[in-house]
Design a binder for this molecule. Sequence first.
Ligand code: AHR
Length: 478
Amino acid sequence: MIDVNRRLFLAGAAGTAVAAQAQAAGLATPAAATAAPVPVNPLVRNRADAQVFRHTDGWYYLTGSVPEYDRLVLRRSRTIAGLATAQERVLWRHEKTGPMSGFLWAPEIHLFQGKWVMYFAAGPSGGGEDVFRIRTYAIVCDGPDPMTGNWKVLGKFESPFDGFNLDSTIFEHRGVSYFCWAEREPGIDTNSNLYLAPLKTPLTLGAKAVRLTVPTLDWEIRGFKVAEAPAVLARNGRLFMTYSASATDDRYSLGMLTARDDANIMDAKSWVKSPQPVFVSSEVTSVYGPGHNSFTVDEQGRDVLVYHGRDYKAIKGDPLFDPNRHTRVQRIYYREDGTPDFGIPVGNGPVPDRFSPVGAADSFLMHEGDRVTVGKGPIPASQFRAVPSAGGAVMLVPVDAPDKCLIAGTDGTVRLAPIAKDRQFAMRSGFLRQSVGKDEVRFALAGRPGQYLLYRGGKILVGVQDRAFPPSTNFKVS
Ligand code: AHR
């Protein structure tokens, strides 16, 4: 597998030929990029358990576990991509002694009852197994701006069992703030289960908690019996609660509970568990142990899955102390029944897009093996990364075939081919992505002025633009 950077360098050498050809043909260079820069995975290195959300103040906030587990951090940016380089502030460091002097895990920041509160799990630093005497605490900000205010300890969450508890989150549903967290319950032989209850004050529950799920399925109990890191996405008349299961190595994965939004969500029977994990490691894209997710929307209002993952499988020592669970993001797509299809972790590089020919609105540019077609197919076969090949052109690389890209034949056919390092290849695979309207683009083949990627007669071709309506050159981006 060619390293993405080497591939870019090699294509770049050939890309200048493409640029010259395009320039000579007077092909417009790509229209100005959309308002927001495209995030590149990994988005933020060494930030596990990331919470990213867009607040009403227009800022994206990010917090997460640091490898040292010794401090609570926060950063913000006007764009998701900007989080990668945003300045990070330390809000609070673990104490010298006592119950909050050891690990600090998985912070989340919430505006609750008008105050910024950051929840986190903490344990003592006594060494041995005592360091896993983990409980949930909170710090609170004294002002309206979490990046400039002063933070101090608010106290400890009074959980039902006062057991190992962590990974709390808050979500609003029908005017009620709910607290959801992971905890070990006496008498149940698991590391953690998920619990839910209305939140009365920042650290006290407004009703008896309900146990939502216990890890029992084979993919939930690999290494450790774990259900942790709940996150809630309310869409299409349902609440989708994802959670993380198994040990934090490559076996870590996302499960999902689904409840109708008009159900009694305090009744465990309202929550139906997906029998299979909804997001798992991918050998194809080299992302392992994807989990501990959160949800946000991008600058265009499109749903985004935020999660951590490593870009290697084998871990030396305890995975908990491997620092390379990086924050990653990708867009969420939905099946016809309204349920989210998370696909696979898309791998390192720019976040991919999907392209629907304007003449086939409910289908997508995709590949089946090396055949390039249009259909509803699996999400990964229709997610294409625009890999820069210099000269303003891009190669269209499917996330599930990262060593291949679309290439034009001399007869106008289009297929997938292994990325080659020569000039001829660049001339046949370099496309100039051009904006042609809100969320619509076309791809001019830089090496053949006047020729475009086309959807015509149910096929994907390269050819001259015709008088068809809707234009066979235009693709809607999602
Ligand atoms: O990353 C530290 C802890 O390990 C998190 O709280 C938990 O979700 C993960 O398993």
